[in-house]
Design a protein around this ligand. Structure first.
Ligand code: BDP
Length: 605
């Protein structure tokens, strides 16, 4: 069990959550002497930086943008006297990729993994009715023993540099909100929900974990604020008559209130919006509330100008408006768990999420997607360090499922992106990961992983683990692009025919396909990188999708242009966006809009 609660921080009758977002003191530890020089007690300099944000794109010096190592953050926080007697936590939405937290000079907590929340229990270490110094050491080095995978090299000038095994910039820092929280000693730690729909009614099977033994009650309110159900006990059933179901683009959200009581006394109260819906795979269908859905949408990134991977509430709003405009109904959180606010918004807007853990770069190559396209076979899971990687991966998966399981929008777990799947050693690794996801999720949502180009029938040993077969394919881009596109189509169909021949009786989904396109480039006749070519490419793949009944969804790569490491394959970033990084449409956006507005939700049912 996780040692701290993953519940989203909220102020309720019994809890307080105070935002620590804003300007923090900031220092890059170029000399690697932070510990020795006592930074834990206060960092040098006067530089201030916003939280949440990636630190990389604010400054004008390249050595800051490319900095690899420890960066230090500091903020003084006032802890109210009336909180004494409660549990006091500092909760980080994420610290990329690992962090150590110090309060008043003392080390309190540490965390590995850059895309999931953690709490530092500071109850015994703060001074009440006084300011307390919070210092955080954040490290952004990449390794093959944690996810996402990569290397850290040292250049001849002595500077360290990140070499990601993945195609997005290694943005880092305190990229999500930080909260100071006060919760009662006996508090709601976690809860699970599972749904059963029978006719017009629904049953919500619930179980609540608390840190004590007092009585628990659970109450459900509808959108009008009327009580819809009430139940007592740490586990039980909420019976909802005439239930409003959570549907695609027609989200109905109930408010679940969980209380711990001691007679008439309220010990703790926590609440969250929830949606009643079921998810199931039957044959080649993805069923939501028993009805088939066809997924239309994107692989995304958290990525925007200036703040990098930092959570930006305005960018989030714009992205949802664009996704609605274009007729999308779903997205994959490529290639890491996103900020919690994005899932809350998807719950509200009725979007379907394939929730991905940060297991990307599990392929021995500096640009896995390139080498995989050549059919190269590697043996990533045969390293001596694989057990360490597996441990970190399992831990991240546990945190992910615990954090996101109660979002109606989350309909599937993506457990890896483009891993190596051709060696025997991959199989036991996959088994552990897939079994764990099943064990942790009471709703038993479908599990998947995104298959890289060389993971094809006859080569891939791991696709049988997937409940939905998710393909990342680039016929017409990395394979036979440009004037050779007609051959790309032949090869594409040949591969799909081979899958079809396996008769897997499972839904297939395209989790990636796309062509790099410069938002500024027009060319008649088309050439690769022009907007005209993106349209030709999309028309080709769409006609292939329409020819196979078992393909139950299309998520184009990518929603928007995004930053990557510099190099000869990328023009200041990956340009496969349907929208530019500034969230304006390329021509392909209008093409997809026309298609997606027409395709019914139960397309190919
Ligand atoms: C796939 C990766 C994705 C890349 C994409 C691309 O999953 O992260 O950005 O290809 O090459 O290999 O555009």
């Amino acid at each position: 069990m996780l040692e701290y609660s993953m519940l989203y921080p909220r102020t309720t009758k019994s809890r307080r959550a105070v935002s620590m977002d804003g300007m923090w003191k900031f220092h890059l530890d170029q000399e690697e002497w932070g510990e020795e020089k006592g930074f834990a007690e206060g960092i040098p300099g006067k530089d201030l930086i916003p939280v949440p944000a990636s630190f990389q794109d604010f400054y004008t010096g390249k050595e800051i943008r490319e900095f690899t190592g420890d960066v230090w953050y500091e903020k003084d926080i006032f802890v109210p006297g009336e909180w004494e007697g409660n549990k006091i936590f500092i909760r980080f939405g994420a610290a990329t990729h690992r962090a150590v937290v110090f309060v008043n000079g003392k080390e309190i907590a540490s965390h590995e993994g850059g895309f999931l929340p953690f709490c530092a229990d500071v109850t015994e270490h703060v001074c009440y009715n006084a300011y307390n110094k919070v210092v955080v050491k954040v490290n952004n080095e990449l390794t093959v023993t944690n996810i996402p995978c990569g290397e850290t090299i040292t250049l001849p000038n002595g500077r360290k540099m990140s070499k990601p095994y993945f195609d997005f910039f290694n943005y880092s820092g305190l990229q999500r909100s930080v909260y100071l929280m006060s919760v009662p000693k006996e508090y709601v730690f976690d809860f699970d929900l599972d749904y059963k729909i029978s006719g017009r009614d629904a049953e919500i099977n619930y179980s609540v974990q608390t840190t004590g033994e007092h009585a628990v009650e659970v109450e459900l309110f509808d959108e009008e604020g009327k009580q819809a159900a009430l139940a007592k006990g740490k586990s039980g059933v909420l019976e909802v008559e005439n239930a409003h179901l959570w549907r695609v683009h027609k989200a109905y959200l109930y408010r679940l209130v969980i209380r711990i009581t001691d007679g008439d006394r309220l010990l703790d109260e926590y609440e969250q919006e929830i949606g009643i819906r079921t998810v199931e795979i039957k044959g080649t269908s993805i069923l939501l509330n028993g009805k088939p859905v066809y997924l239309k949408g994107f692989g995304k990134h958290e990525d925007s100008d200036i703040v990098g991977r930092g959570f930006q509430i305005g960018v989030m709003k714009r992205d949802f408006e664009l996704m609605k405009w274009i007729g999308a109904n779903s997205f994959r959180t490529a290639h890491y768990p996103y900020s919690e606010e994005i899932y809350q918004m998807a719950d509200r807007e009725g979007f379907l999420i394939i929730d991905e853990v940060a297991a990307v770069g599990l392929f021995a190559s500096l640009m896995n997607f390139m080498e995989a396209s050549t059919g190269k076979e590697t043996a990533f899971f045969e390293k001596e360090t694989t057990p360490l990687l597996l441990k970190a991966h399992k831990r991240a998966l546990e945190e992910l499922i615990t954090r996101d399981k109660n979002h109606p929008s989350v309909i599937a777990w993506s457990l890896l992106n483009e891993p190596e799947t051709s060696s025997d050693a991959a199989v036991p690794y996959f088994k552990e990961i897939f079994d764990l996801a099943h064990e942790l999720d009471v709703q038993k949502r479908p599990r998947t992983f995104a298959l890289v180009m060389n993971s094809v029938p006859g080569v891939c040993k791991c696709y049988p683990f997937s409940d939905i077969i998710a393909l990342n394919r680039y016929y017409g881009w990395y394979v036979k692009g440009g004037y050779e596109i007609s051959e790309a189509e032949v090869l594409f169909r040949k591969e799909l025919d081979a899958w079809k021949a396996l008769n897997l009786n499972k839904p297939f989904l395209f989790t990636e396909y796309g062509a790099d396109t410069m938002g500024t480039e027009h060319k008649l006749p088309s050439v690769m990188w022009s907007q005209e070519y993106q349209e030709e490419y999309l028309n080709m793949v769409n006609s292939v999708f329409d020819s196979y009944d078992f393909i139950k969804g299309e998520q184009v790569w990518n929603f928007a242009d995004f930053q990557t490491t510099e190099g000869i394959l990328r023009v200041n970033g990956n340009k496969k966006g349907i929208f530019t990084r500034q969230r304006q449409p390329k021509d392909g956006a209008y093409l997809l809009r026309k298609r997606w507005k027409k395709l019914p939700l139960d397309y190919k049912a």
